[in-house]
Design a protein around this ligand. Structure first.
Ligand SMILES: [Zn+2]
Ligand SMILES: [Zn+2]
Length: 211
C-alpha cells in the first residue's frame, strides 16, 4: 500500500488516497475539493474501490456526493453511530451550509471489521469520543494508522461538539497507545507523526506501549 494526502477545505482535512498494487484505491475523508480528488485518481488511472469516512463531521464528508458522481456505485463506509446524523441538517457547520445526501451505497462498519479490496487490507478500530462513530484504520502490514480526528500530532480531537464524550475519548486513546509505537500516524488534520512520538510528547496519551 502507498498513500498520498490532499489537504482539503477550510479546516485543511487530510484526504488520503490509498493505492494498492493493482491500481485499486480507497479514498479516506473526501472533505472538500472533489475535483482535486477525482483528478488525482484519474491521473494514475486508479480504480476507486471504496470510500471510507473516519467519522461524520461535515468537513470530512462534504465532497462525498461530488466524488460519487464521478465514481457511481462506490461503497461508502461510515460507522452507524455517525451515519445516524451525518446526512441531516444537524451536520451543518460554517462555512459548510450544504450536507451531502445519504449515499445509496452507504455501508455500516463495526469494531474489528477487516476491509479488503485487492491488495488493500485494513482493520477498523471503533474509537468513539470526538464523535460517537469515529473509527481509526489500521494497516498493520504497512505499519500505518489513520486516526481521523481521534488523535493528532501533539493533540486530540475536541469533545465539545454534539455527541462528543471525553471519557470515551480517553478509553479510545488508551487503546491506540497499546498499539506498536512504530506505526506511522496520519491524522485527520495536521502533520504526520508516529505513535512512539505521540507517546513521548502528546499529553493526552498515557501508559504507552513503546514497542
Ligand atoms: Zn471531526
Ligand atoms: Zn476534522
Amino acid at each position: 500500500m502507498t498513500y498520498s494526502l490532499i489537504s482539503v477545505g477550510a479546516f485543511e482535512v487530510n484526504c488520503a488516497i490509498i493505492r494498492g498494487t493493482q491500481n485499486e484505491a480507497w479514498v479516506i475523508d473526501p472533505g472538500e475539493d472533489a475535483a482535486a480528488i477525482i483528478a488525482a485518481l484519474q491521473r494514475d488511472a486508479l480504480r476507486l474501490a471504496r470510500i471510507i469516512l473516519t467519522h461524520g463531521h461535515i468537513d470530512h464528508i462534504a465532497a462525498l456526493d461530488g466524488l460519487l458522481a464521478a465514481f457511481p456505485g462506490t461503497p461508502v463506509v461510515l460507522h452507524p453511530d455517525d451515519a445516524a446524523w451525518a446526512f441531516g441538517a444537524r451536520n451543518r457547520f460554517p462555512p459548510y451550509n450544504v450536507v451531502p445526501p445519504r449515499p445509496a451505497t452507504l455501508a455500516g462498519v463495526a469494531d474489528g471489521d477487516i476491509l479488503a479490496d485487492g491488495s488493500l487490507r485494513a482493520e477498523v478500530l471503533h474509537t468513539p469520543g470526538h464523535s460517537p462513530g469515529c473509527i481509526c484504520l489500521l494497516f498493520a502490514d504497512d505499519g500505518v494508522l489513520f486516526t481521523g480526528d481521534t488523535l493528532f500530532a501533539g493533540s486530540v480531537g475536541r469533545t465539545d461538539l454534539p455527541g462528543g464524550n471525553g471519557a470515551k475519548l480517553a478509553r479510545s486513546l488508551k487503546r491506540l497507545a497499546a498499539l506498536p509505537g512504530t506505526l506511522a500516524v496520519i491524522a485527520g488534520h495536521g502533520p504526520t507523526t508516529t505513535l512512539a512520538e505521540e507517546c513521548r510528547v502528546n499529553p493526552f496519551l498515557a501508559r504507552c506501549n513503546r514497542a
